[in-house]
Write a protein that binds this ligand. Structure first.
Ligand code: FE2
Ligand code: FE2
Length: 168
């Protein structure tokens, strides 16, 4: 069995010097973090859950858009939020030049940045859209193993958002 879809641009992101730098910075910043971390494991969990939902629901969203959005959605946590804009906005700002460097075109960049900007926007939860933005929102939430977490009672997530059972 072979997978013949093209992941060239996703792999360019993984090898992009700025992306690699942000991953190292994230690791440094979250070294003492007791809650869920924002690392490559989280990004790949989100990408793969999103892709599973995409297949199950026959959404037919391009795999490179899904993986790119997932890989980049939290990189804003690698830098200081001096203007207090939130990590979604910071992530989108850092992601934009990387996406163009890796060969994504305007419409694709727009779509990926919208998903990144709204990945923690509660309004997306009730929007019932089946686009990349709602896919990333859902996969991000589903990715966290609250059922195994020692500090879940200290976490800011509401009880209804916590994954107390494995769903996917
Ligand atoms: Fe996030
Ligand atoms: Fe996340």
């Amino acid at each position: 069995m072979s997978f013949d879809y093209n992941m060239t641009r996703v792999n360019r992101i993984l090898n992009h010097p700025d992306y690699k730098k942000y991953l190292v910075q994230l690791q440094e910043r979250e070294r003492e973090r007791k809650f869920c971390c924002h690392n490559i494991s989280h990004f790949l969990d989100v990408a793969r859950i999103a892709y599973i939902i995409n297949l199950e629901m026959k959404l037919d969203i391009n795999i490179e858009l899904i993986y790119s959005a997932a890989l980049l959605h939290d990189i804003g946590k690698a830098v200081n939020d001096v203007e207090n804009v939130g990590h979604s906005r910071l992530s989108a700002n850092l992601a934009e030049p990387i996406l163009y460097d890796c060969g994504f075109v305007d419409l694709e960049v727009e779509c990926i940045l919208d998903a990144i900007l709204n990945h923690n926007n509660e309004k997306i939860k009730v929007s019932h859209n089946n686009n990349l933005t709602s896919l990333l929102y859902r996969a991000d939430k589903l990715s966290r193993p609250c059922y195994m977490c020692d500090v879940r009672n200290l976490c800011y997530w509401s009880l209804e958002n916590k994954n107390l059972q494995l769903k996917i």
